[in-house]
Design a binder for this molecule. Structure first.
Ligand code: HAM
Length: 424
């Protein structure tokens, strides 16, 4: 146990972590370009927030939350997603009093007690964005456009957005009636959870992973078939704006999302190659959520991307993320114990100047140190021994040419700076 991580979690090791930094930095850059500011909310919240925010009939709330009582007997949950927390922070910090819309993004770990498999973990990471305060259909398209721009900037091509309208409080009751009518004589064949869903929220049956339920659902009435004129009009305008952005989309009347808060637009970006087909991005509009969490009625929309799934996809698509590893530029080899202190000080001075420097920590032979310098693929190796110390000089070996020079110790910083500039 001591040397085993909990099931469904991952260590992100040196070598891999550079890819994470790269995709996170790109997310920050694209978000900024689109006018979003970062928000950081706590990793845990009061359980009540997710019961209200995510919805009591969702898989997340029914079976996937990491909930516990803390020592003060508060019911706490590790956040399973970022939207509810962002809404809570928006309300608690009165960001609604600022000029609207509010455009925010977040990057961080989420927790769901899911069945671990490729691309499905218990601790995973999301890059998500949320926009509060505007009903305008161009915002729906802009949010989708942001997701696509990000993926394209990372080098993914052929992105297709699956999109649907999932109704609103106006037309959803009619859809529920239609669904109940459809499932009535098929109820016995549904799984136990879906039989329960008949009473609580029949829409969720359409999202069941059970193959029999999926088969039964094939001909179920779509949300579009009962959409009100407002929903239909909004959806048509979103599609028009997507055309302007030249986003490749597919209207998928069967698309429902796994969270209860969605109204109007819902979308996913699906990829092949992680298990069967899976979503690297999911999002949509949630015009009732802010009110549901205790605020005044205010619309919202956003998406979240699974960063593990994104990296798996970049890997599968052979998108080249190499060259991100930054090797040290300098290696200092020491051939005499007397030179240790000077080499130690020199390494520090170089690092403070922003020149990444490695050195030997074991008093190894010169041969072994030169091997290490090769392994690090540095540009220059500095060799410092008793003789150099006595002459106040240092040997500089340019690794690409194997050319060696003796440089006065006092000049070494400026010499290396010039040499590194030449190499850039
Ligand atoms: P979601 O569809 O539950 O939506 O999650 C978004 C993305 O997170 C998924 O498409 C997937 O890439 C990733 N993901 C979810 N669960 C796991 C898991 N167990 N392991 C690995 N990756 C996973 C939301 O979370 C909404 N809050 C999105 C949103 C924001 N809607 C509006 N604003």
């Amino acid at each position: 146990m001591l040397t085993t991580r909990p099931r469904g979690t991952n260590d992100i090791l040196p070598g891999e972590v550079e890819k994470w930094q790269f995709i996170e930095n790109e997310a920050r850059k694209v978000s900024r370009d689109f006018g979003y500011q970062e928000i950081r909310t706590p990793i845990f919240e009061h359980t009540e927030l997710f019961l209200r925010g995510v919805g009591e009939t969702t898989d997340i709330v029914e079976k996937e939350m990491y909930s516990f009582f803390d020592r003060g007997k508060r019911n706490i949950t590790l956040r399973p997603e970022g939207t509810a927390s962002t809404v809570r922070a928006f309300l608690e910090n009165k960001l609604f009093a600022e000029p609207q819309p509010t455009k925010m993004y977040y990057i961080g770990p989420m927790f769901r007690y899911d069945r671990p498999q490729a691309g499905r973990y218990r601790q995973f990471h999301q890059y998500g964005v949320e926009v509060f305060g505007s009903h305008h259909p161009s915002v729906d398209a802009e949010v989708i456009g942001l997701a696509c721009t990000y993926l394209e900037k990372l080098g993914l091509s052929g992105i297709k957005v699956h999109i649907n309208t999932v109704g609103c409080p106006e037309c959803r009751p009619q859809h529920h009636v239609n669904l109940l009518k459809y499932f009535e004589d098929k109820k016995d064949k549904l799984c136990n959870t879906c039989q329960d869903r008949m009473a609580k929220n029949p829409l969720r049956i359409l999202d069941c992973k059970n193959s029999t339920c999926q088969e039964i659902s094939i001909s179920a009435p779509t949300t579009e078939s009962s959409a009100c004129s407002e929903c239909k009009g909004h959806f048509q305008q979103v599609l028009n704006y997507l055309e302007i952005l030249e986003v490749n989309y597919l209207v998928d009347p069967k698309l429902v999302r796994g969270l209860d808060y969605y109204t109007h637009t819902a979308f996913e970006i699906l990829v092949q190659g992680i298990g069967a087909q899976s979503a690297i991005c999911g999002g949509g509009r949630y015009n009732g959520l802010i009110e549901q969490c205790g605020g005044k009625p205010m619309p919202g929309i956003g998406f979240a991307m699974g960063l593990e799934r994104l990296l798996l996809t970049l890997n599968n698509e052979k998108v080249n993320l190499t060259g991100l590893l930054s090797n040290p530029e300098i290696y200092i080899a020491v051939t005499s114990p007397k030179a240790q202190e000077l080499s130690f000080r020199l390494a520090m001075e170089l690092r403070k100047k922003g020149i990444s420097t490695e050195k030997d920590y074991f008093e190894k032979s010169l041969k072994a140190q030169m091997k290490a310098a090769d392994r690090f693929d540095v540009k220059f190796t500095l060799i410092l021994g008793e003789e150099e110390l006595a002459n106040n000089k240092i040997i500089v070996k340019e690794m690409a040419t194997s050319e060696q020079k003796e440089i006065p110790i006092d000049d070494i910083l400026s010499y290396l700076e010039r040499g590194l500039l030449k190499n850039d």
